[in-house]
Ligand binder design. Structure first.
Ligand code: HEM
Length: 154
């Protein structure tokens, strides 16, 4: 799918909106991930020993914020270059972290659904099919790059 200039603008706009309350959206993202894949809980060091998702955990927030930001950046890169261009070192690091933690390819689909729902709720009436497809496309390319790197390192 080729992303339009308007779609890039929609993604940037919604990310700006989300930046106003990253803790809330991060908590929501993790709540949705855990609803969809309860067993994924034990993958995360900060969730392993608790029954509740912590509302103010810096690691949880860092993970969610990275997903939001890198997906947004991937949309921009896709528009500008036709491909995601996460730096080589970052990509290697992302591949190695997820491989070591035991993350599997299907987990990426769970996170995608949770991400789109989180953005939908954050965007409210600004949400649209165009916005959804743009975030989805950016995420798919980013996730595929991480999974490829995991496979290379496995
Ligand atoms: C760690 C990004 C998808 C599970 C990390 C870290 C980053 C990151 C940057 C390192 C955090 C740090 O050490 O500072 C991303 C991005 C994703 C993605 C950009 C999607 C595009 C996923 C998925 C799962 C997952 C699908 C599995 C449900 C984990 C786990 C850790 C981690 C378990 C280690 C956290 C810990 O225990 O401290 N991720 N991630 N990630 N990620 Fe992801």
């Amino acid at each position: 799918m080729v992303l339009s200039e308007k779609q890039e603008a929609l993604v940037k706009e919604s990310w700006e909106l989300m930046k106003q309350d990253v803790p809330r959206h991060s908590f929501r993202l993790f709540t949705l991930i855990m609803e969809r894949a309860p067993r994924a809980k034990d993958l995360f060091s900060f969730l392993r020993d608790t029954d509740e998702i912590p509302e103010n955990n810096p690691q949880l927030r860092a993970h969610a914020a990275k997903i939001f930001k890198l997906t947004c950046e991937s949309v921009v890169q896709l528009r500008e270059k036709g491909e995601v261009a996460v730096g080589d070192t970052t990509l290697k690091w992302l591949g190695s972290v997820h491989l070591q933690k035991g993350v599997l390819e299907p987990h990426f689909e769970v996170v995608k659904e949770a991400l789109l729902k989180t953005i939908q709720e954050a965007a409210g009436e600004k949400w649209s099919e165009e916005m959804k497809n743009a975030w989805g496309e950016g995420y798919d390319h980013l996730a595929a790059a991480i999974v490829r790197e995991m496979q290379v390192q496995a």
